[in-house]
Design a protein around this ligand. Structure first.
Ligand SMILES: Cc1ncc(COP(=O)(O)O)c(C=O)c1O
Length: 399
């Protein structure tokens, strides 16, 4: 019988839901165990000098991690993936694999704060130049690419403003400039957005978020259709020693199985909550790509199949009221992270984007009062009730 693992290489007709469940794994040939085991081993006994079974040392490769890599490649519609200890380890490997001193990257202005810190504080002293540009503005984007550029790095929707960048346009501009296009697809996952089909060269994930989905691991991945790029990522990962642990890979393999179901419910819940917030008299600004009020609604419809799970908003009373609201939630968790089964509320300026310089935050629209909500899988009525009581509490706090 043909296994799904063999089939993935030869037959791309399996649907996304089936690939999310089966791609990359086969029953254990010794025991028949359905799940790929956690291969908790440092090394692999070799049959003879120069003769091994494909694994030599768990810094360079591990069978559990490889199973996850095959699964992630399959669901992104790619051939190759490498998995890392964190999302930022994936970003670090990407930059170290592709940059040399003097190279320039054009990045979206609003990206995850850790990406900004890595470029501005760790890589700049080595001669890597980063320009942060409003990539949602086609003219500004095209202008930025008039100077020699090695890499275009976009995050769409951007964290936390949810501004979109047109991936198809980005791919055409990057090609014209002779640059590679990387899309951080963490916020939507391939369940809702397929950057490689729109012309991206590389997809990056913090698998910590929706891909694993249960607040249980940290991890990252780089996914590509290009064998040469993949070789460079494998080499760099081995050189810097940032492979994912087999246990985290195993948990992520289980999480991915329900990705299509979870993303559908995340989006359904987020849309209901966004509509509730939009109609609430104390919400002064509400951003959700699934609502008609979203300034780039047409692009959202064209490039993503739903609005996603993230909502950004501001409350009447500014920073003070926003902070009071975040301190008043009971069911929603005040925490750093997004994309988990549990609803998480975050203050980007003091938490995830604290490392972004205030001028860049202002230019990107990351205001001091901005609240980010990652809508989870609870009954949306319970989340709405919690937000309602927190909004009332924050209004009282202002009296
Ligand atoms: C969009 C995005 N990319 C990358 C990262 C970095 O991932 P990690 O926290 O797994 O290192 C994050 C983390 O919040 C993120 O939100």
């Amino acid at each position: 019988m043909i296994t799904i693992l063999e089939a993935v290489g030869t037959d791309t007709d399996y649907s996304f839901e089936t690939l999310a469940l089966h791609a990359g794994t086969t029953p254990d040939p010794v025991t028949g165990a359905m799940l790929t085991p956690i291969y908790q081993t440092t090394t692999y006994r070799q049959e003879a000098v120069g003769k091994d079974k494909g694994f030599k040392y768990s810094r360079s490769g591990n069978p559990t991690v490889s199973a996850l890599e095959r699964r992630l490649a399959a669901i992104e519609g790619a051939e190759f993936a490498t998995c890392y200890s964190t999302g930022l380890a994936a970003t670090t490997a990407l930059f170290l694999a592709l940059f040399k001193s003097g190279d320039r990257v054009v990045s979206s202005q609003a990206v995850y704060g850790g990406t900004v810190r890595l470029l501005r504080q760790t890589l700049a002293p080595f001669g890597v130049k980063a320009d942060f540009v409003d990539t949602s503005n086609a003219d500004a984007f095209a202008k930025a690419l008039q100077k020699p550029t090695r890499l275009v790095f976009i995050e769409t929707p951007a964290n936390p403003t949810l501004k979109l960048t047109d991936i198809d346009l980005a791919s055409r501009l990057a090609k014209k400039a002779g640059a590679l296009l990387v899309v951080d697809n963490t916020l939507l996952t391939p369940a809702l957005q397929r950057p490689l089909d729109l012309g991206a060269d590389i997809v990056l994930h913090s698998t910590t978020k929706f891909i694993e989905g249960h607040n249980a691991t940290v991890g990252g991945a780089l996914i590509t259709r290009d064998a040469n790029l993949h070789e460079q990522f494998l080499f760099t990962r081995n050189t810097i020693g940032t492979i994912q642990s087999p246990f985290a890979a195993w948990l992520t393999l289980q999480g991915v199985k329900t990705l299509p179901l979870r993303m559908a419910r995340h989006c359904e819940n987020a849309e209901r909550i966004a509509r509730f917030l939009e109609s609430h008299p104390r919400i002064t600004r509400l951003v959700y790509p699934g609502l008609e009020s979203f300034p780039q609604f047409e692009l959202a419809r064209r490039q993503q199949s739903a609005g996603g799970a993230l909502i950004a908003f501001e409350v009447e009373g500014g920073v003070e009221a926003g902070v009071h609201l975040m301190n008043s939630v009971r069911l929603c968790a005040l925490a750093e992270n997004l994309g988990a089964a549990e609803t998480i509320i975050t203050h980007p300026v003091s938490m995830t984007h604290g490392a972004v310089p205030p001028e860049q935050r202002a230019a990107a629209g990351i205001t001091d009062g901005l609240v980010r909500l990652s809508v989870g899988l609870e009954n949306p009525d319970d989340i709405i009730a919690d937000l309602e009581q927190a909004l009332d509490a924050s209004a009282e706090g202002l009296l």
